[in-house]
Design a protein around this ligand. Structure first.
Ligand SMILES: [Mn+2]
Length: 436
């Protein structure tokens, strides 16, 4: 099916579900604003802008200040802000795969976007970053349970969304291949970052999140953002980098080690690869993310014991005493889509009931069942983070840690392997491994 038909099908499906929401909430329509760019403090420079993700869900048009109005039984109305401007390029709105699906009105003035509407003649709910303006125009901005209902729709990806996600993954995979080549040729973090951008063929602000490019010990900093140019010939590379297509994100991490890296580290890396694949293979529709997360801790415990990093303990003890948490301190994964950490990861129904918090992992971002059609990252990690390990050094379980080995491994930083996974009836489709 072509992109146009896929999009039409996507939009129809989303609109019909939004109509049900409007009925239930006794609303006459839903107004969604794309948002406006903001300025840096006391500066006339704009902070890189990204449109409201709820807007992108319905309309792939980029840019700011557009307004979208959904009413039951009608083609959605799209007010497109198209200023006359000689400072910036304003692209003419040309026919595209999505344009037939909207009644489009272009506005040269920002005020026109809101002008001569019918919003005071009924109950219209607004969702977007310009709530004050929307209230002045007669919209409701605090409709209870509207947001969770909208977020709930986002969990299951339509075929159009899946197509966007596949393309985003393919683009990111190109970047990852180039990054690995650059690393093996001795490139710096900055050079690897540039190689990535070059291969993805986008600007830094087009990425769904800032690239994390870590050589050696920096791999132990989960969101390391510097890109050093003075360190070459790294022994370990951890790169967490994505790409976007029509607003949909890929979020992929790979860890590589050269022959110069500690032999024990290379062996652990190979086993982490197996472990990550085993977790992916164990996914069945309906499995709860917190149970998968627990399974990851058990597998990591076994790996730490096998490699003699943990001593004098078994898997149960290593997990229950929180010893694995010192090596794997983040969640196993998260929902992925229009946002990198996408919506509804804790929701168990449409009206926003949050799933019971798992006492084993009270801070997990995602602990809902993985239903057919949902899309998640699976990203186990194993790091040597001094801040987390040091308390154990003098702690009551110090004898469970092989401190000598940990010291030898610490300069290698850590490992994270992250794929993007679509849940289907049979189990999973790993979109990342299709390309990487
Ligand atoms: Mn991620």
């Amino acid at each position: 099916m072509g992109l146009k038909s896929l999009f039409q099908e996507h939009l129809q499906s989303v609109l019909s579900q939004i109509e049900l929401i409007l009925q239930e909430l006794k609303l006459d329509g839903l107004v969604i604003g794309a948002g406006q760019p903001r300025l840096f403090f006391e500066d006339d420079q704009e902070i890189p802008y990204r449109s409201n993700h709820h807007f992108r869900y319905l309309c792939p048009l980029e840019g700011a200040s557009h307004l979208l109005i959904v009413r039951p039984g009608q083609k959605p109305l799209l007010r497109v802000f198209q200023p006359e401007d000689f400072w910036h390029e304003v692209k003419p709105l040309e026919a595209d795969f999505w344009t037939d699906s909207f009644v489009i009105e272009t506005c040269a003035q920002e005020d026109q976007v809101w002008a001569d509407l019918f919003l005071t003649k009924g109950r219209y709910a607004y969702h977007g970053p310009d709530g004050e303006r929307a209230e002045r125009e007669g919209c409701l901005t605090q409709v209870e349970s509207l947001l969770p209902r909208l977020n709930w729709l986002r969990l299951k990806k339509t075929p159009y969304e899946q197509q966007c996600l596949i393309e985003a993954t393919r683009r990111a995979a190109q970047g990852h291949k180039a990054a690995e080549r650059c690393f093996r040729q001795g490139g710096s973090e900055l050079a690897i970052h540039f190689a990535y951008l070059q291969a993805v063929r986008c600007r830094e602000q087009d990425l769904p999140y800032e690239n994390i490019v870590c050589l050696n010990e920096k791999s132990a900093i989960l969101h390391y953002s510097a890109k050093r140019d003075d360190i070459h010939n790294g022994r370990v590379l951890l790169i967490d980098a994505g790409a976007q297509v029509r607003g949909y994100a890929a979020d992929i991490t790979r860890t590589y080690a050269t022959d110069e890296a500690a032999e024990e580290f290379r062996a652990i890396l190979a086993d982490m690869e197996t472990l990550q694949q085993a977790i992916c293979a164990s996914i069945r529709p309906g499995i709860r993310m917190n149970d998968l997360h627990f399974q990851a801790h058990e597998r990591i415990a076994q790996l730490l014991i096998d490699h003699r990093i943990l001593l004098n303990c078994d898997v149960e003890k290593a997990v229950n005493l929180g010893l694995t948490a010192a090596f794997f301190p983040h969640g196993l994964g998260h929902m992925l889509g229009l946002l990198v950490h996408d919506v509804a990861g804790k929701q168990v129904d449409a009206i926003g009931t949050l799933g019971e918090i798992d006492p084993r992992f009270p801070r997990l971002r995602t602990h809902r069942p993985l239903d057919v059609g949902t899309y998640v990252t699976i990203e186990p990690g194993l790091y040597f983070i001094r801040m987390l390990l040091d308390p154990h050094r003098k702690g009551e379980h110090s004898a469970c840690f092989n401190w000598g080995l940990i010291e030898r491994l610490a300069p290698c930083g850590g490992i994270r392997i992250e794929d993007n996974i679509l849940i289907n009836e049979d189990g999973i489709q790993n979109l990342t491994r299709l390309h990487l």
